[in-house]
Design a protein around this ligand. Structure first.
Ligand SMILES: C[S@@+](CC[C@H](N)C(=O)[O-])C[C@H]1O[C@@H](n2cnc3c(N)ncnc32)[C@H](O)[C@@H]1O
Length: 331
């Protein structure tokens, strides 16, 4: 270790034999808070694990090779083989949420190591094999609603469980809306575009990064293969993106914002169409010094817009993000 010049060559004298005992006692006292902290942490971990194993609705990561996973499925196991995981990180929960990895011994350990290296929080959890498993149809009984109403689980050829989630605010808004034409601005790896297409929307998904769109296409193929034709992926800077006037019923802009998004919504939406965002606020920018000023949404600017009216606006912290949830309607 490199030490500053004035600290080099200074040695702490070894304690004498008589002092050794008191030094050990002092050490023990000094270590006490750490020991209590460690014990609390371990108790908290145990409580979380017990809680998570009780959460039947949360799916588990099954990192076994595909053939093995298909031959002997794990109850609520979403199979992403460890060898494929580096290329399929977009199928995981958003960072900050715990990835629950099935306790498969060394394989689970290797999986956790890889995920933690890439900034994911993980827990190794107990699991059960599916009792009497025969086929996906048998499992769902052919009834889409039997699987939590998550329709993309009903197609026999696709994964029955998934670890990623579309934006929950967006999903709560569109639940009440008849599917039509949607534009997803800054769509990233396509979680919202895929979920919308699966619910019957025709989606134009726009992102500046072609790599992100490739991941979106992959997500669509795997989780909503019947809807592959429903998404048009467009690699484009939002500054250059144009949509025909009054051609959309929904414009989405999640975890990304640009004043141009408001202009696209104002022009592309049909009367009554919705502009839905969950995005960063000025409060977030002040706290984290990011994103840039023009990337945060302003309520005043939206209120002043002549062709949009705010139907919903709420703000709050969600873990370390301060986000605004907005629904604006085209007049
Ligand atoms: C944090 S991600 C959000 C992705 C997605 N909306 C979601 O909620 O999962 C922001 C996305 O905006 C895209 N983006 C950034 N600047 C952009 C621009 N000028 N035009 C289009 N997309 C842009 C990024 O490439 C990135 O995929």
């Amino acid at each position: 270790m490199f030490l500053p010049r004035n600290q080099r060559h200074t040695f702490t004298p070894l304690p004498s034999r008589r002092n050794l005992l008191s030094a050990t006692e002092t050490d023990a006292k000094a270590r006490e808070p750490t020991r209590i902290k460690n014990r609390c942490e371990s108790m908290a971990r145990t409580i979380i694990l017990v809680f998570m194993s009780l959460c039947e609705w949360t799916d588990l990561l099954d990192p076994r090779p595909r053939a093995e996973a298909e031959a002997c499925p794990i109850s609520r196991g979403a199979n992403i083989p460890l060898a494929e995981l580096p290329k399929r990180m977009h199928e995981l929960p958003a960072k900050g949420n715990v990835v629950k990895v099935c306790d498969l011994g060394v394989l689970a350990g290797d999986t956790v190591m890889l995920l933690e290296e890439r900034g994911h929080r993980c827990a190794i959890v107990p699991f059960e094999y599916e009792y009497g498993f025969q086929s996906p149809q048998r499992h769902s009984g052919g009834d889409e609603k039997a699987l939590d109403g998550v329709m993309w689980r009903s197609v026999a050829t696709m994964p029955r469980y998934r670890l990623w989630e579309p934006n929950s605010f967006l999903m709560s808004v569109v639940r009440e809306v008849r599917p039509g034409d949607a534009i997803d601005l800054g769509c990233g790896s396509g979680r919202d575009a895929v979920a919308l297409a699966d619910q019957g929307w025709q989606v134009t998904a726009v992102d500046i990064l072609p790599d992100a769109l490739d991941k979106g296409k992959d997500l669509l193929r795997r989780y909503a293969p019947a809807s592959v034709g429903k998404v048009r992926w467009q690699a484009c800077d939002i500054a250059l993106f144009d949509a025909p006037a009054e051609s959309a019923d929904l414009v989405v802009c999640n975890l990304f914002f640009d004043p141009r998004a408001t202009e696209i919504a104002a022009s592309a939406l049909r009367p009554g169409g919705l502009f839905v965002c969950e995005t960063f606020t000025e409060t977030h920018r002040r706290e984290h010094n990011s994103p840039q000023e023009k990337r945060v949404v302003s309520r005043e600017a939206l209120e002043r817009h002549p062709s949009l009216t705010i139907a919903h606006w709420s703000e709050g912290w969600s873990s370390d993000r301060h986000l605004a949830r907005i629904v604006a309607r085209k007049l």
